[in-house]
Design a protein around this ligand. Structure first.
Ligand code: ZN
Length: 684
């Protein structure tokens, strides 16, 4: 979140130099196509991920050409409703960490009216932001933290309450909305700074970031209420930014200090500005996204997503992981606004670098920091914040390009590592977790060398580290739901699978589609379509690794979608069954893992659970988990067989302790606490 993470960077760089020297040596070698990342880039350049509008060489990567229309339209929050297990999970989150975070961390959320009477002024020298800190002038950098905690939490809370249609929570939110709107100044300013501080910084600040996180929640409330007053408040806040940071005549990302987490988180204001473009059609918003990315790229900042670093193959991702992965969609917004092929090239390089940092489960690593090191299922953790932000970025790439690979990646993140880092009853999450998770006692897989490392365990708050991941854990399911269905020109697109209901208009006529399924626990779907004499395509993304598909209607397969094109009338149903098979994969470290359709398989490890802290609110605890008996199994080439038609699998692996081959059970990663996902090959 902030400066304490800069301190962590020093720690991880040190361990990098001493612990993984081989990888550092490799980093010094300029990349060629024979290196793994070079191969990735080669692969990516062969795949047309985005339509290239013009092959003409531009003189500057930021030069504006013809803007590219988005392939699909995102529906307003609430037009897609969760059903089945996803609805239950959102309700459970509301009874769990999402519904209680304000009471679990009242000092950070309720006591600090940071957008109102406690706005930051020159007089404020310090503030309780929840983290362990050392006194010093640099503490000023922390001061925006509570705005992130509050606004990211509220964004997830607002969206969850809308999707669960929970009247008690909706009433509480209505009250908050009125309070926050009342903080808006006559000139449109919404934010955390007093008049003497705002918009004039040469160092760390949360001007844009505090707005981005807050306005995302207000946009959700506008979607739900359609109240023009809300939209007007958001537009006035955006226009206040555009007035004080005028396009091409200001430097919102200027800083004399290159390590400014609040400033660079602020690039995600493109989420808000781009949404305003989508709602109002005003081109000025879109152009402003391009300007923001240009200024961000040109300032001397320690951030991975700057243009010059992205196109340089010898520079790996090093930065604070959540920044890096959220900036992917700001770059995508800039590319879309400019149509500039150089930005397309930067995107391809960025995606290849993210692949290098991606584990078997689809999570991209960063034990806070990516640190220039590649993914590893056992020795690298990933942050819950990063799971959400990377999923959101992939969703934006899917909306823009229509390429189903991005929907598949977003779905994989939500169904596997995100479920696998959430405590099953919705009362806690892990801040950091690794694919192979052998112990959750604070440090990575039981490591005790850093007594301050508490992130690898379950907590409803994680206040010792930062209250960033729990808020984002409340955002991920609602963002997934909103993007399950998108709209094309004459199509309705089910890009993320699962139980859901969408109500929208196509060709000016109302359409309802109910997707009745238990996916990913089962692979059969009943789609019930209701409309009147309406010709459009129903497009459903196929999961990977299928042996067979059965569809009750005539259909075509196009670019990874099942397409049913017809004139729909009255209420009609389509039954689809996917028949996945177990697919064997190798990760970047030559370890073997298995998937079944959209599910990553894991060997569950029975654990001893200890409650290490009891919160004043009933039912909330910090937990530690240690394995009852730890065996790190090895692969011997035996097949993985499904048990009847359940999501349960058997295989034989080598136990290096007993030196015996053993029959073991694999289950979906999303249902595990401790687990083994990748298996090195036994050498006997
Ligand atoms: Zn976090």
């Amino acid at each position: 979140m902030g400066t304490s993470k800069n301190l962590l960077f020093i720690t991880s760089t040190r361990s990098l130099l001493h612990g993984e020297k081989g990888e550092i040596d490799f980093l010094k070698v300029p990349l060629r196509s024979s290196t793994p990342i070079g191969n990735f880039i080669l692969c990516f350049s062969l795949v047309l991920l985005f339509e290239i509008q013009s092959m003409a060489q531009s003189t500057s990567p930021y030069k504006k050409g013809k803007a590219i229309p988005e392939m699909y339209r995102v529906l307003p929050l609430g037009e897609v409703k969760p059903t089945g297990w996803i609805r239950e999970q959102i309700q459970q989150n509301l009874q769990g960490f999402t519904g209680h975070l304000d009471s679990l961390a009242p000092d950070l959320i309720l006591a600090d009216d940071i957008y109102g009477k406690n706005r930051l002024s020159k007089k404020v020298k310090s503030k309780d932001v929840g983290a362990l800190g050392v006194e010093g002038d640099w503490q000023v950098q922390f001061l925006w933290w509570n705005s992130e905690t509050q606004s990211n939490w509220r964004d997830g809370y607002i969206r969850s309450a809308i999707l669960a249609n929970d009247s008690k929570h909706l009433a509480k939110i209505e009250k908050y909305i009125q309070q926050i709107l009342a903080t808006q100044d006559a000139d449109g300013y919404i934010g955390i700074y007093d008049k003497e501080l705002r918009y004039r910084f040469d160092n760390e600040n949360g001007e844009l970031w505090a707005k981005a996180s807050l306005l995302r929640g207000l946009l959700a409330w506008y979607d739900y209420t359609k109240d023009k007053k809300i939209l007007m408040a958001i537009e006035r806040a955006a226009q206040d930014v555009m007035k004080h940071y005028p396009i091409y005549q200001s430097h919102p990302f200027y800083s004399t200090n290159p390590n400014v987490g609040g400033v660079t988180h602020g690039l995600t204001i493109t989420d808000v500005i781009e949404s305003l473009y989508r709602i109002t059609g005003k081109q000025a918003y879109r152009d402003y996204c391009l300007f923001l990315y240009e200024d961000f790229s040109k300032q001397p900042l320690n951030e991975d997503a700057q243009y010059a670093k992205l196109v340089n193959d010898s520079i790996f991702l090093k930065g604070h992981s959540v920044h890096t992965y959220e900036h992917l969609r700001s770059l995508a917004a800039a590319y879309q606004a400019s149509g500039n092929v150089d930005l397309k090239k930067a995107m391809d390089h960025f995606l290849a670098k993210i692949d290098w940092a991606t584990t078997a489960s689809g999570a991209a690593v960063g034990d806070e920091w990516i640190g220039g090191r590649k993914a590893n299922a056992t020795t690298r953790g990933y942050e819950y914040c990063s799971l959400h932000e990377l999923m959101h970025s992939y969703l934006e790439l899917f909306i823009k390009s229509g390429v189903p690979l991005y929907a598949e990646r977003a779905e994989k993140l939500f169904l596997n590592p995100a479920q696998g880092a959430r405590y099953p009853n919705g009362t806690a999450i892990t801040y950091l977790k690794s694919d192979n998770s052998y112990a959750l006692t604070g440090g990575l897989n039981g490591d005790t060398s850093d007594p301050h490392q508490t992130r690898f365990r379950y907590s409803p708050v994680h206040k010792e580290a930062a209250v960033c991941c729990v808020p984002n854990a409340g955002r991920i399911a609602p963002y997934y739901v909103q993007h399950m269905w998108l709209k094309g020109e004459r199509s309705l697109v089910n890009g993320l699978l699962g139980p859901s209901e969408v109500k929208t208009n196509i060709n000016g006529k109302p359409v309802t589609v109910i997707a009745d399924t238990q996916y990913p626990s089962a692979n059969s779907f009943k789609y019930t379509v209701t409309t009147t004499q309406n010709n459009f395509q129903l497009k459903i993304r196929k999961p990977q690794g299928l042996s067979k598909i059965a569809v009750s209607e005539s259909y075509t397969e196009e670019d990874g979608f099942i397409v049913i094109s017809k004139t729909w009338n009255g209420t009609q149903t389509v039954d689809i069954t996917f028949y996945p098979e177990v697919v064997k994969h190798e990760d970047g470290n030559h370890e073997t893992y298995f998937t079944y359709g959209g599910t990553v398989l894991a060997l569950p490890i029975a654990s001893v659970e200890i409650k290490t802290k009891t919160y004043p609110i009933k039912g909330f605890y910090d937990f530690s988990h240690t394995p009852q008996r730890l065996v790190v199994y090895e692969y011997i080439g035996e097949p993985v067989l499904q048990v009847e038609d359940k999501l349960q699998f058997k295989t034989v692996l080598f136990n290096p302790i007993s030196k015996q081959n053993e029959m073991v059970e694999l289950i979906p990663m999303g249902k595990t606490i401790l687990r083994q996902i990748t298996f090195k090959t036994a050498n006997h």
